[in-house]
Design a protein around this ligand. Structure first.
Ligand code: SF4
Length: 499
């Protein structure tokens, strides 16, 4: 079976990233037919999206937009002066005793981490959830080098056991249900089957505690890098980040360079938005601020703290006058939860680490637009993602920009280009539009069933009706109706006023 057509939900089999160029449609076709997947993703995203709106309304009311504006300016200012704040962070982090490394790409990031592991004789490693380590495939690199590495975020731990890949930035196993977790624990850990959340958590905790104690190295990401103090801020809800950063003797924080903020005051603004946008919490349960390794008079903490600053295409993205806005992203996942496309096809359909609306922008920018030509099209441009974004990234506008790029680079197939040319030609003259809409109305009304719905649209509309029915168009167009019923109304209204 081709990887691109492989089932979307997996047990015991790693979901590999597909060969390039990536055809999203094939995986989405499988996803929309998977009722269990759709139900799980839709229920979870709807709940989170509703809770996000409620918590912001309750906490900030009408001040929310001002807060978003402030967050946008903080991130944009830092990105505009990234070289300055990078130098400041490095100076302060090193003064606090950390070792700072710079990795130009994924291979270098992995080389740096493997070098640390080799020098320190690391045999066992525990790892917290981090998007950038997923991006550079650090887990696979460590395991290939013989370092036993365990994911410790509960969701990631289950995915690792199941050989599966994350499908959401914040909730990596959003596509799985409790029963599949119970089966994975039974199969891989020899636990008695249960699908009770408390019992499942207890099984995972028992397994993980011992691993923290035995690990020589802990790997985390970082939600923010505070330039003014050289600190790494790590947010988790399960406390696993705290264990990874403090129990093993070596801590390696792998962080994208766009995570910088000038000071704690600025980080505090973003922290207010991050957890509320992700999980509707006022703050993540554990927010660790790590400045240097353990001091001489301290009992807890690592003997060494290494910070690996990952570029991997970010400076190139920064040079792009339009797409650089995506670097403001704080990886809260709100745009995924708000997106009707993500809700329908789930994260694996995007065929990359970053999924949903932000993934549709970041993946083509970091991995090549021609490698992911479908991703900018995976949006109805309804605007829900842009409205949900706490740092005001105008995602719909950027998606349209990438579509224009696809057109300019002639990436779309000839048939698609011709179809859009024809569409543009029709839209340019009112009479052509009227004629075309009359034709469409005629065809669809003839195909409609007695209940007024079209269950199988012709031509390219076929895909649309595969998973839903289309209401038949009204007998009259709006213009015809207006002409017949409303044209004289303003005149009548004026006459009444005069009388
Ligand atoms: S683009 Fe905005 S909403 Fe989406 S993950 Fe990033 S910060 Fe959150």
């Amino acid at each position: 079976m081709n990887e691109q057509t492989a089932p979307v939900t997996h047990e015991g089999e790693r979901v590999l990233f597909p060969p390039l160029p990536y055809d999203m449609r094939r995986r989405s076709d499988a996803a929309v037919k998977d009722d269990a997947l759709r139900a799980a993703v839709e229920a979870a995203t709807l709940t989170k999206d509703t809770a996000r709106k409620a918590t912001f309304a309750e906490a900030f009311g009408e001040r929310y937009d001002a807060l978003r504006g402030l967050a946008e300016r903080i991130k944009q200012h830092t990105l505009d002066h990234l070289d300055y704040y990078l130098d400041q962070f490095i100076d302060h982090a090193e003064a606090a005793g950390a070792t700072v490394h710079y990795a130009a790409d994924a291979a270098e990031a992995n080389r740096v981490c493997l070098g640390i592991a080799e020098r320190e004789g690391v045999r066992a490693c525990v790892k917290a959830k981090s998007m950038v380590t997923e991006e550079v495939r650090l887990l696979e690199a460590l395991q290939a080098a013989g370092v036993e590495t365990l994911e410790t975020d509960l969701g990631e731990f289950i995915l690792q056991l199941d050989g599966d890949a994350p499908s959401h930035i914040v909730t990596p196993m959003i596509h799985k249900d409790r029963a599949s977790v119970g089966r994975a624990f039974e199969r891989e850990l020899g636990a008695a089957y249960t699908d009770e959340p408390d019992a499942l958590t207890a099984i995972a905790r028992e397994h993980l505690r011992d691993k923290y104690r035995r690990a020589d190295m802990g790997v985390t990401g970082g939600n923010f890098l505070v330039a003014g103090s050289g600190s790494v801020v790590v947010c988790t809800n399960e406390g696993n980040g705290t264990f990874c950063a403090s129990t093993p003797r070596v801590h390696v924080a792998v962080v994208g360079i766009e995570k910088l903020v000038p000071t704690f005051e600025h980080a505090a603004v973003l922290l207010k938005l991050l957890a509320r946008s992700s999980t509707a919490q006022p703050l993540t349960v554990y927010t660790d601020i790590l400045t240097g390794p353990k001091r001489r008079d301290e009992h807890d903490g690592p003997e060494q703290l290494h910070v690996v600053l990952v570029d991997n295409g970010r400076t190139e993205l920064l040079a792009d006058p339009v797409m650089r806005d995506t670097l403001r992203c704080i990886r809260c996942g709100a745009c995924l939860n708000a997106c009707p496309v993500y809700r329908t096809v789930g994260g694996h359909s995007y065929g990359a680490v970053y999924t949903g609306p932000i993934g549709a922008l970041v993946t083509p920018m970091l991995k090549g637009l021609t490698n992911y030509p479908d991703l900018p099209q995976a949006s109805s441009l309804c605007g829900a993602c842009g409205e949900a974004c706490p740092v005001n990234i105008d995602i719909p506008h950027l998606l349209v920009h990438l579509r224009n790029e696809l057109n300019a680079q002639r990436v779309a197939g000839r048939a698609e280009r011709r179809a859009f040319k024809l569409y543009a030609w029709v839209l340019k003259k009112p009479w052509r539009y009227r004629w075309a809409s009359r034709l469409v109305r005629f065809v669809l009304r003839r195909r409609a069933d007695d209940d007024g719905y079209v269950t199988r649209a012709p031509g390219p509309g076929k895909g649309w009706t595969e998973t839903r029915d289309l209401p038949a168009p009204a007998k009259q167009s709006f213009r015809q109706w207006w002409k017949q019923n409303k044209r004289d109304e303003p005149q009548r209204h004026r006459d009444t006023e005069v009388n």
